[in-house]
Write a protein that binds this ligand. Sequence first.
Ligand code: NAD
Length: 321
Amino acid sequence: MTILVTGAAGFIGAHVCRALLDRGDAVIGLDNYNDYYDPQIKHDRVAALCPDADIRALDLTDRDGLAALFDEVKPDRVVHLAAQAGVRYSLTHPHAYVDSNLVGFVNLLELCRHRGVQHLAYASSSSVYGDSATPPFSEDQRIDQPRSLYAATKAANELMAHTYAHLYGLRSTGLRFFTVYGPWGRPDMAPLLFSRAVLAGRPIEVFNHGKMRRDFTFIADIVAGVLGALDHPPADEPPHRVFNLGNHTPVELERFIAVIEQAAGTPAQKVYKPMQPGDMVETMADTARAKAAFGFEPATAIEAGLPRVVAWCRDYFGDQA
Ligand code: NAD
C-alpha cells in the first residue's frame, strides 16, 4: 500500500509516518516546513522519528507540484494532516487558514478524485463543536456555530469532503482530534508551553482562571485511531464519515499543571488570566462511534503521558527549555 501523508513533518504527521513504516507501508510525505513554529523542530522531528520516510518539501497550494507528486507516487490512500493549526493565530492571520485549509484542501480533494485514491483520511478538530454542543460531544451534534476561523475551516473541510463523496464517490473519513500531546509535540500548545516554562522556572498563563477542562489525548492513542480509520474506509452512501478521536476523560487545567509540576519536580508560577476569544471552556469526546467502527480505545491517562512530555522537553530543549 502506498500512503501519502500530508503535514508529514508535523507533530501528528511524523508519528503517523513512523507507525505506517513500521507496519510495512510505502510512505511518501509532504510538508511546506512553514514557520508557524520553529521549522528546526520539524527537521529534528523527522530526523528522530522517521528518517526513512521520503518527505518532499511542497505546499498544498502548489497545484502543479501536487499533481506531479500524485502522478509520480500514485498513492492508494492519503492521510491529510497538513493544515494551518491553532485557534488564537487564526484571529491574527486569517489568510493562512484560507490558503492551507480551504484552497489546499480542495486541491487535494480534486487530485484524490481524479487519480482514483481509495480513501482519504483527514484531520478535523474538536473545535468544530463550538458554541452549541454540550459535552460529551458526539458526532451528530451541530457544528454550525464555530468560535474561530480555524474551527470554521475544519467544519468546512467536513462539508467539502461530504460533497466529494456525494458527487464523485470519493471515500473519506474526517477525524476530530481532541488536544493531542506527546513527545515531539507542538510548541504553541499548553502541554509543551507549560512543561518548558515550569522546567525553566518561567511563569505560565492560565486562562479562564484554570477552570477550563480539556480532553487531552496522547499521541500514541491518536496514531492508533488514524491507522484504524484509514484501514476501514466507509461503505455507506455517500461514503464519508466523521469520528471523534479523544480520550473521553476531560481534565481540569489545574490538575494538568499539577501533573507537570510533579514530573518536573518544581512548582509552577501561575498567572491567572481571563478566557481568551475563540477558546472553548470544556471539550470531551464521545468515542463510541470510533470504538464500534474500528475498535478505538484510548489507553493513556495524563499521569502516564505527561511525564513523557516533561522528560522529552528536558532532553530536547535542555537549558533552553
Ligand atoms: P503541526 O503544525 O505540527 O503539523 C502540520 C504540518 O503541516 C506542519 O508541519 C506544517 O509545516 C504543514 N503545513 C501547514 N500548511 C501546509 C501547506 N499549505 N502545505 C504543506 N504543508 C503544510 O500540527 P499537528 O498538531 O501535527 O496537527 C496535524 C493536523 O491535526 C492539523 O490538521 C491540525 O489542524 C489537526 N489537529 C491537531 C490537534 C492537536 O491537538 N495537535 C487538534 C485538532 C486538530
